[in-house]
Design a protein around this ligand. Structure first.
Ligand SMILES: [Zn+2]
Length: 317
């Protein structure tokens, strides 16, 4: 069979190794479904599949629909190299390590050694085409997960809506930010809006707290950071990406309680109206005047109007 036809790849995909020692855990099919989803969402737009927080989150979402075993993204990400279509690119200095290692014991070891995985160029082209992508996805589901067909297709359509909403939030920045006329891309469930806002904010700030720059991600897809609204939704705040920042749980609390706010030059303001004790690096007063982390794209910066509203209505001066 010619290796670079869609048929050839489908044949290979139908013959993935399933981990029988672990009760037929379908790691590789789930990894492929996750990658396909990120391609569809535009989160993967080149043939470099980075073991990123977004990939972990997506992998976990599929995994938990199928089994209650612990999700281990590192296993398929590494072992899929035994398929002829999947390859690894090492981090600088780990070329030899990658060529001799036969097992990956943890996600952090994977990230240390491997910069990204990539497909055969031909397979990647098939995956970039929505029709072919659908055929590949269908084949994976029918071959490995027929019992979960409905649950997976439900998840896919739910995710599609979240993704469309989140894309709209990220793209609507040529529209002037105003408090009076909050932007709503389209009518949808509250749950979808919430998830889409979070996804947009986490993409822009890479799961990092804008105040302390902490980033902690667990292997089951949890993050210490939360997508915080600057003007709260119940005060007519919108899901505009410029009405949000990523904050760790401690600084989210401080921000919502008005103990922290941001100046019009994006520095941290700390309220005098509190007392605090404890290690200096944990204290809010240490953060006074600190420049906050800003998105790469200036269009996604927190809106001045939203920051002014927060200083006026929430900040305890
Ligand atoms: Zn923080």
């Amino acid at each position: 069979m010619a290796p670079n036809t869609l048929h050839g790849y489908l044949y290979e995909i139908q013959n993935l190794r399933i981990d029988r020692a672990h009760g037929n855990a379908p790691h590789q099919p789930v990894l492929l479904l996750s990658i396909i989803e990120l391609i569809e969402q535009g989160q993967i737009s080149e043939n470099k599949i980075i073991p990123s927080p977004g990939l972990v989150e997506t992998f976990v979402k599929y995994w938990t629909k199928i089994t209650d075993r612990k999700p281990k993204l590192e296993l398929p990400f590494f072992h899929m190299k035994n398929r002829s279509f999947w390859h690894h690119h090492p981090n600088p200095g780990y070329e030899t390590a990658l060529s001799v290692v036969t097992q990956i014991k943890s996600f952090s070891q994977l990230r240390k050694i491997i910069a990204y995985g990539y497909f055969d160029a031909d397979l990647y082209l098939f995956l970039m085409n929505s029709e072919n992508r659908e055929i590949i996805r269908h084949t994976i589901i029918e071959t490995y997960l027929p019992d979960f067909r409905d649950a997976i297709y439900n998840l896919i359509s739910e995710e599609k809506e979240i993704s469309e909403y989140s894309q709209k939030i990220l793209q609507q920045v040529d529209y002037t930010f105003t408090i009076d006329k909050p932007f709503t891309p389209f009518k949808t469930k509250k749950r979808t809006r919430k998830a889409a806002f979070r996804r947009a904010i986490m993409r822009v700030y890479e799961y990092t707290c804008v105040v302390c720059e902490l980033q902690i991600l667990t292997l089951d897809g949890e993050s210490v950071t939360e997508a915080a609204h600057i003007i709260p939704v119940n005060k007519s705040g919108s899901d505009d990406v410029r009405n949000g920042v990523s904050l760790c749980q401690l600084h989210h609390w401080g921000f919502d309680k008005g103990l922290l706010s941001f100046s019009d030059t994006y520095e941290v303001l700390v309220s005098d109206l509190m007392s605090e004790k404890g290690p200096v690096e944990w204290k809010f007063t240490t953060l006074d005047d600190k420049q906050i982390l800003l998105p790469d794209n200036e269009e996604h910066y927190p809106a001045q109007e939203a920051l002014a509203w927060h200083r006026e209505h929430v900040f305890k001066k």
